[in-house]
Design a protein around this ligand. Structure first.
Ligand code: PLP
Length: 374
């Protein structure tokens, strides 16, 4: 390609690498698709809730029309439950959309965007796409966010600092920040810097871990809370998420979003899923049990893992810089898809999404087999 075409900062972007699709792995390794277990993208192992599927199919009869650009019905249910007016809510084509809109609304070439090392892969992508400098802050003593180091980075970057991404829980490490730490951070961050609190896994927090992020949105005009329907609500394929922020900031996001960024099927399914508290509870319970199942096996096999607050576990599968890649390959050959995290600076680890009991068991069996026949 001609080196003259395309912006320099766009050429510098390393494209996102997702979990391998089942059909692709089946083709490559000559496996039966139906026997493949995918624990690679933190999807809900229960799939889409039945309630959402029905609502979606009903909405399908009207697909000749454009979606509701303002998502009136969905914002109404969100607004009632969250306790904020509808004009504090931005719907996104996945919460990924909210992350990108946030970057586009407040940062450009010459600005700085700050986030933690080993944080979600979309943060560097969203930062680089707007030409901003992505500052990755190394956590000092753990795999979680070091908010005091991040605050120092924000202050060091001065007027150039425009945006901070904080994920709680974080993906891929599963680390969790206590509410007091986040609140202290929000108080200390200069008011010209927007803080995106990414809560894609919020619904998996235990009752003791929960906190009131909406109260912070009401208190801090520079905060955007980001939530997803892809994980606990089981709607990853439909692409829908939302942001909550005060009206001034919401108005900025609204100006730059695509007019029809969230399709009608997604809106209808999200309304149903959001109200399906039984489904949410079922997924939560399944996740707790799956975490125990996986980590009991890791303990037995002598593998180190991180205490995850999400629906996945990060496990260390060796001490070499290709340990994760090697183990990933061995698992793929046995029809198990997990996520190597070398691109997150964690080449000795694998991220395992928590699946159904039988999926977890299939993964554990393959892992044990690989480790004992080495
Ligand atoms: C999965 C994930 C998201 C976004 O998912 P969407 O499908 O775009 O809603 C956002 N943040 C983190 C940390 C995630 O892991």
């Amino acid at each position: 390609m001609s080196s003259k075409i395309g912006l320099k900062h766009i050429h510098a972007i390393a494209p996102y690498v997702g979990g391998r699709p089942i059909s692709e792995v089946a083709r490559e390794y000559g496996l039966d698709e139906s026997k493949i277990v995918k624990l690679a993208s933190n999807e809900n192992p229960l799939g889409m809730p039945k309630s959402a599927r029905e609502a979606m199919l009903k909405a399908a009869s009207d697909l000749g029309r454009y979606p509701d650009s303002n998502g009136f019905e969905l914002k109404k249910v969100l607004s009632e439950r969250l306790g904020v007016p509808a004009d504090w809510i931005t719907l996104g084509n996945g919460s990924n959309d909210i992350l990108e809109l946030s970057a586009r609304a407040v940062a450009q070439t010459g600005d700085d965007i700050i986030f933690s090392r080993h944080a979600f892969a979309v943060y560097p992508l969203a930062s680089q796409a707007v030409g901003a400098r992505a500052i990755e802050v190394e956590p000092t003593d753990s795999y979680g966010h070091d908010l005091s180091a991040m605050l120092s980075a924000v202050k060091a970057s001065g007027d150039k600092a425009k945006l901070v991404f904080v994920a709680n829980p974080n993906n891929p490490t599963g680390s969790y920040l206590k509410s007091q730490e986040i609140e202290d951070f929000l108080i200390a961050v200069p008011p010209h810097v927007v803080v995106v609190l990414d809560e894609a896994y919020n619904e998996y927090l235990t009752p003791e871990q929960r906190y009131d992020a909406i109260a912070w949105v009401k208190r801090f005009p520079n905060m955007i809370l980001s939530r997803s329907f892809s994980k606990a609500y089981g709607l990853a394929g439909l692409r829908i998420g939302y942001g909550v922020a005060q009206p001034a900031l919401t108005d900025l996001l609204n100006r730059i979003r695509q007019p029809f960024n969230v399709n009608s099927l997604a809106q209808a399914a999200a309304i149903a899923a959001f109200q399906d508290l039984e489904f949410l509870q079922q997924g939560y319970d399944l996740n707790r049990a799956g975490f125990k199942q996986l980590t009991a096996a890791f303990d037995e096999l002598g593998l180190t893992y991180l205490p995850s607050a999400g629906n996945f576990v990060l496990v260390k599968v060796g001490d070499d810089d290709d340990s994760g890649a090697q183990m990933n390959l061995s698992l793929l050959k046995r029809g198990i898809i997990v996520r190597p995290v070398g691109n997150y600076g964690l080449p000795q680890w694998l991220r395992i999404s928590i699946g159904l009991p039988e999926e977890n068991a299939a993964f554990i069996n393959a892992l044990r087999e690989i480790l004992t026949t080495k």
